[in-house]
Design a protein around this ligand. Structure first.
Ligand code: HEC
Ligand code: HEC
Length: 303
């Protein structure tokens, strides 16, 4: 019996090692550039009313704690704010993946969006050119005066360093420790129910576009959300979103693109129902939650 259990354990272990990957423990970056990017990310000077920075909406493990963030002029957004951690491992940005690179994301998104910073390229450049601090920093990094393109470059370099490494799960994947029995059970359920068919890889997601409601169809809310259909125009992309990476997920409530689900337990329950087609028991939800809590990493040292 013991041998059988050991064999089963080895199989699950082997499987989990190939389904998931730990985040790198060390990344290389240009320190001065990251420092500049960090200053820009935290600076409300770049918003129209000098009241909102990128950090205002991305302060909590890279996200915030609201259903919808509040931008300049008390403008409320209409879609939940995703985390800016572990971005290099995503295949697209925004919930519907309308940007393929982080530069594009910023051009399309936060600076000019009236729900966010409501700024403009001209305002940003003018303000930076009036700042001795920034003139000095840009000169140091780029040997040029500040301009919008360089702003994007520096913020992207900063964002690429926001890696939440060293979670308990990563240590487990590196064979440095064992999960508790409950966490192990949660991982096995996560794999055997097929959660990992969408939430896999280095980010436990972020690498495919999938429907919310693959098994049980959600009410048709076409038109209400910025889903993948808005990008491709294909009917099968209604209610399709990028699969969120589940790193630090216990810290980034509320959940889903709509931000209307307040607890992780509820999010697990709904995924089980709509995307797996099972009614998970209370115990199963508890174990899966325990497992997902092992995926919380260290705050990046640059944040
Ligand atoms: C008022 C709140 C707010 C501010 C300010 C803000 N963001 Fe965001 N951010 C959001 C929301 C909401 C989304 C998701 C929008 C969507 O998917 O359609 C988002 C998405 C993102 C994403 C994509 C993440 C992903 O996983 O797809 C990145 C990167 C990002 N923001 C970076 C920034 C940067 C850089 C700044 C500053 C220049 C900034 N944000 C300012 C609310 C904000
Ligand atoms: C068919 C692919 C698929 C499967 C299978 C799947 N998910 Fe998801 N998951 C998604 C998508 C897509 C979203 C985003 C949905 C949305 O926001 O509308 C999501 C969102 C989530 C979220 C919320 C994350 C956040 O940051 O808001 C959690 C938690 C989650 N899934 C856990 C699970 C668990 C646990 C299982 C197994 C019981 C599971 N998922 C199975 C595709 C899937």
């Amino acid at each position: 019996m013991r041998i059988l259990i050991t064999i089963l354990f080895m199989i699950t272990l082997g499987f989990s090692q190939s389904l998931f990957l730990p985040l790198p423990q060390k990344i290389s970056y240009n320190k001065e550039k990251v420092d500049l990017g960090k200053n820009l990310f935290f600076d409300p000077l770049l918003s129209r009313d000098k009241d909102i920075s990128c950090h205002s909406c991305h302060f909590n493990y890279g996200a915030d704690r609201e259903q919808f963030s509040i931008g300049t002029d008390n403008q409320k957004g209409f879609i939940n704010t995703p985390s800016v951690f572990n971005l290099p491992y995503k295949i697209g940005y925004f919930w519907n993946g309308r940007s393929e690179t982080l530069e594009e994301q910023m051009i399309d998104g936060p600076f000019f969006n009236k729900h966010e910073m409501a700024s403009s390229k001209e305002v940003i450049e003018k303000r930076l050119l009036n700042s001795p601090k920034y003139i000095h920093m840009f000169q140091n990094v780029y040997h040029q005066k500040p301009n919008f393109k360089l702003v994007l470059d520096a913020i992207v370099e900063f964002q690429n360093t926001l890696i939440s490494k060293n979670s308990k799960f990563d240590k487990y994947l590196r064979h440095e420790l064992e999960l508790s029995l409950e966490e192990q059970k949660g991982m096995e359920l996560f794999i055997s129910y097929g959660c990992a068919s969408c939430h896999n890889g280095i980010n436990l997601g972020g690498n495919s576009y999938q429907k919310f409601g693959t098994v049980i169809e959600l009410r048709d809310n076409l038109g209400q959300w910025e889903d993948r259909y808005k990008v491709t125009g294909k009917l099968e992309d209604k209610n399709v979103f990028i699969v969120p990476g589940l790193r630090n997920v216990e810290k980034t409530a509320p959940y889903f693109h709509s931000g209307h689900i307040k607890t992780l337990k509820e999010a697990i329950m709904l995924m089980g129902y709509y995307n797996i087609g099972v009614v998970l028991t209370k115990d199963e939800i508890h174990y899966i939650e325990k497992f997902l809590q092992t995926v919380t990493g260290d705050l990046p040292e640059t944040f």
